[in-house]
Design a protein around this ligand. Structure first.
Ligand code: DAK
Length: 259
């Protein structure tokens, strides 16, 4: 089925796919349909051999202003459990290829959680991050209380989650939430540039390196170190390792094939 609330361009640039959330009137609020479409697109792009990096963006005014409050307002706990809207998050987390969020404007609630589930964030100077769920009588439910403290530390995360106030792009950069902050007209271009840098590397090495970095947040250190070492050894089974090291010795640029 063709998506209606997102725009997917599998070859936006060589080896780089672009997903744009496209619900501008509602500030890209994440209703069930948007989340389902993002999940399906990520699954397809992860399986597409031509794609090496995925960029996820919104528009200038909003990356996403959160889960759709109007859709959630009348629900009870059992409805929420059965709908399980954010099980989609599992697919985002499972995506093997790197995902870069290009954020302009509001990244709030589920929108902030969505960009934190991505691997890197490039922000426009206009970006505002926050977990304002407390102001509507709830709390973050898709990773905000876990990923935010890991990214910016307990004190700052606690303040954002308990007051609901927003964090500017510069503060988010200084706190370590985002990779870089650029002028409003270049945030997408900058995210694509970063994606292109990664797309030049061996896709298998990128995939295993991403997997290993994520283990830093999921495993005790000793196990994670051993996981890392096994991924490192595994790369010596690839043609890309032979090519990469041969190219270094021969003083030329490597040509990685993803094999
Ligand atoms: N949901 C639905 N509609 C939204 C929306 C949202 N989150 N955010 C904005 N809109 C709509 C507004 O209702 C308005 O629509 P109309 O009234 O024109 O029809 C339109 O977008 C433009 O918004 P405003 O007129 O409010 O624009 P302003 O510039 O004045 O204000 C704002 C922008 C972003 C400050 C404001 O719209 C705002 O505060 N929005 C809500 C932000 C928020 O509270 N976000 C958190 C939502 S709760 C779950 C796990 C997690 C979650 C849910 C489930 N499970 C495990 C199942 C996540 C929950 C959340 O994200």
């Amino acid at each position: 089925m063709n998506p209606e609330l997102i725009i997917v361009t599998p070859e936006h640039r060589p080896h780089i796919a672009l997903i744009q959330i496209n619900r501008p009137k509602e500030l890209n609020a994440l209703n069930l349909q948007v989340m389902g479409e993002i999940r399906d697109a990520l699954k397809e792009l992860d399986a597409n051999e031509n794609v090496r990096v995925i960029v996820l963006t919104g528009n200038e005014r909003a990356f996403a202003a959160g889960a759709d409050i109007k859709q959630m307002a009348g629900k009870d706990a059992v409805d929420m459990l059965l709908i399980d809207q954010f099980s989609t998050w599992d697919q985002i987390r499972k995506t093997k290829k790197p995902i870069i969020a290009a954020v302009s404007g509001f990244a709030l609630g589920g929108g902030c959680e969505l960009c934190m589930t991505c691997d890197m964030i490039v922000a426009s100077e206009t970006a505002q991050f926050g977990q304002p769920e407390i102001k509507i009588g709830v709390m973050p439910g898709a990773g905000g209380t876990q990923r935010l403290p890991r990214a910016i530390g307990k004190a700052k995360a606690m303040e954002l989650v308990l007051t609901g106030k927003f964090m500017s792009a510069t503060d988010a950069y200084n706190a370590g939430l985002v990779n870089r902050v650029v002028p409003p007209d270049s945030y997408l271009e900058e995210a694509l540039r970063l994606a292109a840098e990664i797309a030049q590397q061996s896709p298998i090495a990128v995939q295993l390196a991403k997997e290993s970095v994520l283990k830093a947040f999921e495993m005790p250190l000793q196990e994670a170190l051993s996981f890392e070492r096994k991924n490192f050894y595994m790369l010596f089974a690839t043609q890309d390792q032979k090519e990469g090291m041969a190219a270094f010795v021969e003083k030329r640029k490597p040509e990685f094939k993803g094999r």
